[in-house]
Design a protein around this ligand. Structure first.
Ligand SMILES: [Zn+2]
Length: 306
C-alpha cells in the first residue's frame, strides 16, 4: 500500500483543517520513510516503548495521537534520540492525528461518548454532549470508572445528573468549563483537573477519568476502521498509564484496626498474598465483563450495566 494513499485516507478520517491552531505544522506525516507500507501500528503516544513494539511487529508506519516532537528542539534528549533511532533503523514512518481526530466523526470524542453510552449525542465546539439516565455524582463516577476501566476522581456533589459533556484528554480548562455551563450540562467528564480550575468551579460535577482512558479507546477504534478501508494489517500498541487510585480514608476503619492490632510481618505477608490473589481474580472478572460488554451494542451495554 502506497504511503500517499494511507495519508489521503487518514486525512479523510481526520481532516487537518479541523485541528486547533496550536497543532498547525505538528500533525500529519511527521517522518516519511518508505513509499510502500505493509503493516501499520497505531498507539496513543510516539515514544521509544511504542516504537520498539512497532519494530517488533514489523510495522512500516506508526500512527499516534500525540506526536513525537511537539515543541521545537535545539537539544536532542536521549529519549528523543532513542525514539528517532528506532524509527530510522526500522524504516517506520510517523503520522500524527491530534485535535483534528478529537473533533472528527468517529474520532476520540465520539468513541468516548459511545463508550459511556450517551444518548442524543450532539457535537459541541470542544467535545460531545449527551444524555444519561439520571444519577448522582458518585453513581456517575462509578459508572464512568466501570465503562472506561479506569480510576477516576470527581468533585461537585449532585443528586440529579442527566446531561453530560465529554472531552477526551486534558479538557478541564476554564474556557471549556464556560462552554459546559453555557450548554446546560450537569457534569463534565475529561481529565487533568487542576486546583485552580477546581476551586473556581461551584456548580458542575467534574469527573477526571485520566488522559489515557479518555483518549486511548479512540486510537484503538481506528485500527479496524483503517483495516477495512485499506485492507492491510493494522495493529494497536497499548501502553497502559499504570495509574491507580487510593483513598486511605475509604478504608480508614480497617487501617486503624490493623495499626491497633500491631500485626506481625508474616501475617501481613499472608494478607498481602491473599489480597494479590483477590486482585488477580477481580482483574480476570473485569476482563470477562469488559469483553462481554464490548461484544454488545451500545444500547445493550447500558442495559447490561444496569
Ligand atoms: Zn491527549
Amino acid at each position: 500500500m502506497k504511503l500517499t494513499k494511507i495519508v489521503q485516507t487518514l486525512e479523510e478520517i481526520a481532516p487537518p483543517e479541523l485541528a486547533d491552531d496550536f497543532d498547525k505544522g505538528r500533525i500529519g506525516l511527521i517522518l516519511g520513510l518508505k513509499d510502500d507500507v505493509s503493516r501499520i501500528a497505531v498507539a496513543l503516544d510516539a515514544n521509544s516503548y511504542v516504537l520498539e513494539k512497532a519494530a517488533e511487529i514489523g510495522a512500516d508506519m506508526l500512527i499516534t495521537h500525540h506526536t513525537l516532537i511537539f515543541h521545537p528542539v535545539n537539544i536532542i534528549s536521549k529519549s528523543l534520540a532513542s525514539s528517532l533511532k528506532i524509527a530510522l533503523d526500522h524504516g517506520i514512518s510517523l503520522y500524527s492525528m491530534h485535535t483534528n481526530y478529537d473533533r472528527a466523526d468517529g474520532g476520540i470524542n465520539d468513541v468516548l461518548a459511545a463508550n459511556l453510552g450517551l444518548k442524543n449525542i450532539k457535537t459541541s465546539e470542544i467535545g460531545r454532549i449527551g444524555d444519561i439516565e439520571t444519577c448522582s455524582s458518585a453513581e456517575l463516577a462509578a459508572y464512568v470508572s466501570d465503562c472506561l476501566q479506569t480510576p477516576v476522581m470527581y468533585a461537585g456533589e449532585k443528586q440529579e445528573i442527566s446531561k453530560v459533556m465529554v472531552v477526551g484528554g486534558s479538557g478541564f480548562r476554564n474556557e471549556f468549563l464556560k462552554i459546559a455551563r453555557e450548554s446546560g450540562v450537569d457534569a463534565f467528564i475529561s481529565s487533568e483537573l487542576k486546583h485552580d480550575v477546581l476551586r473556581m468551579n461551584g456548580d458542575l460535577c467534574l469527573i477526571d477519568a485520566t488522559h489515557y482512558a479518555t483518549e486511548n479507546p479512540g486510537m484503538k477504534a481506528l485500527c479496524p476502521r483503517l483495516h477495512s478501508l485499506l485492507g492491510i494489517a493494522v495493529e494497536f500498541i497499548d501502553q497502559p498509564s499504570g495509574l491507580r487510585a487510593f483513598d486511605f480514608r475509604a478504608d480508614k476503619n480497617k487501617a486503624e484496626l490493623n495499626i491497633k492490632e500491631g500485626k506481625e510481618d508474616c501475617k501481613q505477608k499472608e494478607e498481602e498474598k491473599d489480597s494479590l490473589d483477590l486482585m488477580l481474580e477481580e482483574q480476570a472478572r473485569n476482563q470477562i465483563r469488559s469483553d462481554y460488554r464490548r461484544s454488545l451494542g451500545n444500547e445493550n451495554r447500558r442495559r447490561y450495566l444496569e
